[in-house]
Design a protein around this ligand. Structure first.
Ligand SMILES: [Cu+2]
Length: 197
């Protein structure tokens, strides 16, 4: 009797957690973005934003490489509080500075790295003083629910807690798009977006 009672309590406690975990696995949003007037549909940051959303920075800093005279990736999205590591894989010295971020990480040779902590949401252009044609973007978000579109413009955000969100699409050259969405338990919403200048 006592064992049964304890088992019952344990099951009652575990069931909501299991259900939550199952809902998180399937709830989300996906679709494709058309970037009108751009050569590529890649590099659009799509995110689900809601007040009070918590973010946890990754333990390992994501990396932006400077290789073949370009920043890779061209667009990176991170949550607030993320330290990003900048590499130089080229045989020439590169520099990293950001007008919006008001930081200059200096100029350094191949094989060395520098880090910058992004502690405020926003869009931060990354430039190189040595090579004016080099440019990339770090988009700092107040939500862990985001994706960066691929060449076909496809994006997918999974494991989203059900609720109301503002879906925001950001492009380096096009007008941002916003749309209210409701994420339902166990469902993946399809939202296709068209962006223009
Ligand atoms: Cu450079």
């Amino acid at each position: 009797m006592r064992t049964n009672w304890l088992t019952g309590v344990a099951l009652a406690a575990a069931t909501p957690l299991l259900l939550t975990a199952m809902a998180l696995q399937t709830a989300g949003v996906s679709g494709s973005v058309t970037a009108k007037g751009l050569r590529t549909n890649a590099g659009i940051v799509v995110s689900l934003q809601a007040p009070g959303t918590n973010v946890t920075p990754p333990a390992k800093p994501p990396e932006v490489d400077q290789k073949g005279m370009v920043f890779i990736p061209h667009v990176m999205a991170v949550v607030r509080g993320t330290a990003v590591r900048f590499l130089n894989s080229d045989a020439v010295a590169h520099n990293v500075f950001s007008p919006e971020g008001k930081y200059n990480l200096g100029t350094w040779p191949q094989g060395e790295t520098r880090e910058h902590m992004f502690d405020k949401p926003g869009v931060y252009t990354q430039l190189c003083r040595v090579h004016p044609e080099m440019e990339s973007f770090v988009v700092v978000l107040e939500t862990p629910y985001f994706a960066v579109s691929d060449r076909e413009g496809k994006y997918a955000i999974a494991a989203v807690p059900p609720g109301k969100y503002t879906l925001v699409a950001w492009s380096e050259r096009l007008k941002s798009v916003k749309q209210e969405v409701v994420i339902e338990s166990g469902k993946t919403l399809t939202v296709d977006l068209a962006m223009a200048r």
